[in-house]
Design a protein around this ligand. Structure first.
Ligand code: KG4
Ligand code: ZN
Length: 341
């Protein structure tokens, strides 16, 4: 194989990357839509899919141009076809299929969550399997037993909100802005996490790899507004109260994430954890994982920010599929939801 084009459009980033068989990334282009969704305080699916339609071809064009490649140089098209927002996924998959038909080259189907873990393989520049794979983003909070790059078995995940979603919603409650994760992390720097004791559901269950964050959001809400209906126009929140709650919420989420990461390492017996997804940018989370690594003498690999947030370079997992002869039929459909964790 000379080059493959990887396309990513699962949520609100339109991305394309040109990748060679030796896993070198010749170009990686990401068009974010944060500006389009910010005033709604969250991703609006209809707006996201329309923006993907407008951007997918220019982004592919830019990726080819930056790689100094022509369409004729491509030997396969890879696309993230699950999981994600239905309308968003459809845009990437349709673009990928069209290119496959036009160029007469095969399609490779990528699981977006496997790609998030594979981002660590890309960052490390060496084999990282077997490992515990962890994906913590706005849509997912999952742990996997990754025996090889392509052998992913779910160990457990969230039973309600994702960790990033919890950060986003709590940040919005506290009037901290969107996307909430980075805003909440900034506010937490000036806060005292000990002022509030927030719940850490399921953390004490040593048998179960699972997370639940919806109660945390409600607990924060009660601390600010009390029980009952939320005010239609929220009153301004005292900056110190917001900072203290941000710090307490961040600590509660990180406690759960690190606790279950440790449990996954124990259950699998693997000595390495590979973390991907936007929440991996959180410094408190990284520091606590580093402490876990030192304490348990395991290796923790965290992809750098540009490989943690949605991108198409992590679609390099398609090279492994190419080598294994795993191609997708052209009637491949999207799989928006998670019928498995
Ligand atoms: O992986 P990602 O870019 O998109 C998907 O959800 O697929 O992750 C975005 C999520 C958002 O919920 C955002 O608030 C969160 O990652 N995030 C953070 C931080 N940076 C991004 N959460 C906590 N601390 C951060 N520094
Ligand atoms: Zn993602």
């Amino acid at each position: 194989m000379k080059l493959l084009l990887s396309i990513e459009s699962t949520c609100d980033e339109t991305a394309a990357a040109v990748i060679a068989e030796d896993l070198s990334v010749r170009s990686s282009v990401v068009a974010t839509q944060h500006d389009l969704h910010a005033r709604f305080g969250g991703v609006v699916p209809e707006i996201a899919s329309r923006a993907h339609v407008e951007r997918v071809l220019p982004v592919i064009h830019a990726a080819l141009e930056q790689a100094g490649a022509e369409l004729e140089d491509l030997e396969a098209i890879a696309v993230a076809y699950r999981p994600g927002l239905a309308g968003s996924l459809l845009v990437g998959l349709t673009a990928a299929k069209s290119l496959c038909v036009a160029l007469g080259i095969p399609l490779i189907a990528i699981d977006h969550l496997q790609a998030h873990v594979y981002a660590c393989r890309m960052a490390a520049g060496r084999d990282v399997f077997p490992c515990v794979g962890m994906v913590v983003s706005g849509g997912h909070t999952n742990l996997y037993r990754c025996a090889t790059a392509l052998d992913f078995a779910p160990l457990g995940g969230t039973i309600d909100d994702a960790a990033g979603e919890a950060f986003d919603k709590i940040a919005s409650l506290l009037g901290l802005g969107f996307p909430g994760g980075p805003a909440l992390e900034r506010a937490a720097q000036n806060g005292d996490p000990r002022r509030f004791r927030l719940p850490r559901p399921l953390l004490d269950d040593p048998q179960r790899i699972a997370f639940s964050f919806s109660g945390l959001k409600t607990a924060v809400r009660y601390e600010v507004f009390g029980p009952g209906k939320l005010p239609t126009v929220p009153p301004p929140i005292d900056a110190q109260l917001a900072a203290d709650l941000a710090a307490a919420a961040q600590q509660a989420v990180v406690d759960c994430l690190v606790g279950k990461a440790a449990l996954a390492l124990e259950i699998t017996g693997f000595r390495r954890l590979c973390l991907g997804g936007g929440v991996a940018a959180n410094r408190e989370f990284r520091q606590r994982l580093a402490a876990l690594a030192a304490e348990q003498r395991v290796e923790v690999i965290v992809a750098p920010p540009e490989l943690c947030t949605d991108n198409a370079a992590m679609g390099a997992i398609a090279v492994e599929k190419w080598r294994a002869g795993q191609f997708a039929p052209l009637d491949l459909d999207i799989e928006a939801g998670l019928d498995r964790i």
